[in-house]
Ligand binder design. Sequence first.
Ligand code: SF4
Length: 479
Amino acid sequence: MNQNLYLSQEQIQLQMDYIDKLSALTQGFERSHGRPMAAYVETYGCQQNENDSERICGMLHKAGFELIEERKAADLILFNTCAVRENAELKVFGNVGALKHWKNENPERILILCGCMMQQEHIAEQIRQKYKQVDLVFGTHALYRFPELLFRILSERSRVFELGGGDVIAEDLPIVRKAGLQAWVSIMYGCNNFCSYCVVPYVRGRERSRRPEKILEEVRSLAGHGTKEITLLGQNVNSYGSGSDFEENFAQLLTAVCRIDGIERVRFMTSHPKDISDELIEVMAREKKVCKMLHLPVQAGNNRILQAMNRKYTVEEYLAKMEKARREMPHLALSTDIIVGFPGETDEEFEDTLKLLRRVQFDNVYSFLYSKREGTAASKLPDPNSHEVKQKRFERLLEVQNEIALELNQAYEGKIYDVLVEGVSKTNPDCMTGRTDTNKIVNFPGNESMVGRFIPVRITKAHTWSLNGEIWRIEHANE
Ligand code: SF4
C-alpha cells in the first residue's frame, strides 16, 4: 500500500492557509468594487465530478467568492470537465471558445478548466496553444491544490498548467453541497479495471479507498444537517477496501452507514458485475434503508464483445448474479449501461444485447453510442460500421427499452409507495415530485411543506419515465 496515499494534516493545512490568502484578495476586491468576487462553476459528466465540484465550490466559498448561477456575470468561470465521451469534450471547447470575448473585455477575469479531460496531456496542450483565454488548467490529481493554484493566478497573473500529482486522498476540504435532502459521498476514487473503451483509469488513477471512519463521520455530519438520503459513490464500489490497510469491505461499510440515525435511504453506484458479492446482495436484502435498486452496467449482451471490452465476465455470469439478486429481493429495480456500436459489433451481436434487455427486463437503461477515446485499447480496433448503422441500432434499442420500461411501470399502478418528496415539479407548480426506493420518479398533487418527508402515494398512471399518483390517506383504505 502506498503510504503517501492519505494526505497529512500539514498538507491540508497548507491549502487552508492559501484559502486565507485568497480571502484577503477577495476582500480587497470587494472593497474596491463594492461587491464580492463572483464565481460560476459548471460541471460535466458523472456524480463523481459533481461531488468534486461541490468541493471546488466549498473552497471558493471559504475564500470569499460568491457562487452565482449566471455565467456572464462572473469574475471567475470554472469548467469541471469529463473525458468519457467526445460530445462532452466538444461542448467544453465550444464554451471556452465562446468566452474569448468575455476575457478580452476584462483581462482580470479568470477562466479555469479542470477535471478528467484536463488530465490528458494532448488536451492540455491544445488548450495551451489555441485557447489563450484560459488562465488555469489542472487535472483530477491536483484538485486539493486548487487554493494554491488559484492564489498563483491571482497574485502572479500568469498562466498555470498543473497536470502532475499522484493518486492521493484528501480529507476535510471545505464543501458546499447542492441539495440538503440527498447527498453524494465519495467512498473511493480511481479504477483498476481498464475496460478497453474507457479513459477513466488513465485520468483518475488507480483505485484507492477512503478510510471508513472518515466516510462515517461525513455521513453522520450530513444526517445532523438534515440529509436523509445518501448515495455512496465510486467507479467500482464493490471493490471498496481492496489494497487498503483496513479490513472493511463494501458490504460492511454499507451496513455501518445504515446504522446512522437520521439517514433513511442509502443508494450506491457504480458496481462492476465481476465484483458484486453474495454478501453485498444479502446486505441489500436485509437492510431496510438500502434502496431496492441495483445499477449494474452490463455494456453488451454478447460474450465476444464483452471480451473485447475487457469486462471480465460473461453474459451467463451476469445473468446468474442478476437472478440471485432478484431471488433475494423480488421487487428489486434494475438498471444498466449499454454501449451501442462498439468497434466491430455485428448485427447478430447487437441482437444479443436486445435479447438480454428482454430477458432481464431492466427498469432503466442508460445507452450510449460508442465514443472513441484516445489512448484506450479499443481506439486501435478496426471499426467498419458507419455512424448511420450505429445510430439505427441505438434507436432500436431505445424503442425496445421504452416498451419494457412502460410495462414495468404499469405494474406500479394501483399500488401505494412511500415517496421521499424532493421538491416542486418542474412542469407543474401544483405538483410535488419525489422518488420511490426503487428510484421511480413520482409526481402528485401536494404542497411544499411535504419536501423532505416520506408521503404514501397511490400510483394512478404509469409513463415510460415517471409515475403519477395521489396522496394515500389511511381513510382511503376503508373506502
Ligand atoms: S470499471 Fe471499466 S468502465 Fe468503469 S470506470 Fe473502470 S475502466 Fe471505466
